[in-house]
Design a protein around this ligand. Structure first.
Ligand SMILES: Cc1cc2nc3c(=O)[nH]c(=O)nc-3n(C[C@H](O)[C@H](O)[C@H](O)COP(=O)(O)OP(=O)(O)OC[C@H]3O[C@@H](n4cnc5c(N)ncnc54)[C@H](O)[C@@H]3O)c2cc1C
Length: 390
């Protein structure tokens, strides 16, 4: 009998396992893969991560970025760079492996290469089943990612409330390119989403993601058109494509606490719906989930509801604002692009949201008031954006 079983060892699972093990609890953490393993991801972690990690990740940072070159449908490039870092680029195989090592070092029992097939709950305990074994614990933290069995089967979260994506890791010569220190973000090339090129040491992580329903099965076409038209990728061979979903937060999703089981990270749709940023939220929600489980274990209680209350208080208001921002930007990408092209200060201010210095709510309010106070300016940009060549 373990105190807790953690299903999945991505950033959420390894963080939860480490947090509980370091407090002396008996933790079993299971992943279907063996580490290091590939994870389809842009791998850009916002600098606000530094506030919640209590160890250095500098060994796995491959580039630090202070802004981006933006394009609209691969054209009209504009550099919006700030004087301070906004994010750190990592390769997920190395980053996630580091976090798994940290969990193990803290005393978590780590089992790799075992797929969890199901979970069940009895009075006073929970059981996790694989093909060959079963494991019992007082609590389960589901952290099995975007197609997570725990989130879907046990909580009924809707897999269609997600973005679909295609990514590729493209080898490049860093010394002879202008990729250092910035991202490349493309608006307008995919319905309700964006395309990106995130530079690492030896690879460019190239991808595109858009709302699953709006993309309607055409994500490969959008990806092909992105890589064929973007000047930064000219002459590069893009091979080995991977499809994945980004399970963004959605209004009206089911609670992520049920009996003795709770969810952290992607399996609970705990991903910012504007950027699709999930690594920071995986780590942050996992820490809070672990705090709640630790408190329940220490007081011999089965009450995990404080975690849901924490999400409602600390995380969901931001996600709701990010959802409103998504509606504004992705429903009108051309207009949005014309606005930031002429007024880069808007993006510079948004960088502070990414850094965690300003809330998305106050940023959205500021943008909204800007638009409302000078509607003729927006109208002019709307007209320009409609009649300017793409
Ligand atoms: C294309 C794309 C680009 C992205 N870019 C960014 C970005 O630039 N920055 C950012 O912050 N976020 C980004 N994200 C989101 C980010 O990748 C996720 O939010 C993050 O990985 C969530 O971590 P997690 O631990 O919840 O899940 P994961 O990292 O997916 O880990 C889940 C783990 O569970 C394991 N698992 C799954 N099923 C089982 C099972 N049945 N039994 C046992 N183990 C299981 C998996 O093997 C995996 O190791 C991107 C996502 C995608 C798809």
């Amino acid at each position: 009998m373990h105190d807790a079983i953690v299903v999945g060892l991505g950033p959420a699972g390894s963080t939860a396992a480490r947090a509980l093990a370091s407090r002396g609890f008996k933790v079993l953490a299971i992943d279907k893969e063996k580490f290091p393993r590939y994870k389809s991801c842009g791998g850009c972690i916002s600098t606000k991560i530094e506030r919640i990690l209590d160890f250095s990740i500098s060994d796995v940072i491959e580039d630090t970025v202070s802004g981006a070159t933006f394009t609209y449908r691969a054209g009209r490039p504009v550099d919006i760079l700030s004087d301070r870092p906004v994010g750190h680029n990592v390769m997920r195989d190395r980053f996630d492996h580091l976090l798994v090592d940290k969990a193990r070092e803290a005393g978590a029992e780590v089992v790799e290469g075992v797929r969890v097939r199901g979970i069940s709950e009895d009075r006073g305990s929970v059981t996790v089943f694989s093909d060959t074994a079963s494991y019992r614990a007082k609590f389960i933290i589901g952290a099995d990612g975007s197609s997570g069995m725990v989130g879907r089967q046990h909580f009924g979260l809707n897999p269609k409330e997600a973005a679909v994506s295609i990514t590729a890791e493209v080898p490049y010569d860093r010394s002879s390119s202008g990729f250092k220190g910035k991202l490349f973000i493309d608006f307008g090339g995919v319905p309700f989403g964006y395309g990106w090129i995130f530079p690492k040491k030896d690879y460019l992580s190239v991808g595109i993601a858009g709302d699953a329903l709006k993309v309607g099965g055409r994500i490969k076409d959008y990806f092909n058109s992105f890589i064929e038209s973007h000047a930064a990728l000219k002459g590069m061979k893009v091979e080995g494509r991977t499809g994945w979903t980004v399970p963004v937060y959605y209004e009206g999703s089911a609670p992520v606490v049920k009996g003795r089981v709770l969810l952290a990270g992607d399996t609970g749709h705990l991903v910012d719906p504007f950027l699709g940023e999930g690594i920071y939220y995986a780590i942050r929600t996992a820490r809070s989930a672990a705090d709640t489980v630790a408190a329940a274990l220490s007081s011999d209680s089965a009450d995990l509801s404080p975690y849901q209350a924490w999400l409602e208080r600390e995380i969901f208001p931001e996600f709701r604002s990010a959802g409103r921002l998504s509606d504004l930007v992705y429903n009108h990408p051309r207009l949005w692009y014309s606005i930031i092209e002429k007024d880069p200060a808007i993006m510079l201010r948004y960088y502070d949201v990414i850094r965690g210095v300003e809330t998305c709510d106050s940023f959205y309010g500021w943008v909204f008031n800007k638009v409302r106070s000078k509607p003729w300016k927006v109208l002019r940009r709307w007209i320009e954006s409609r009649f300017m060549p793409a």
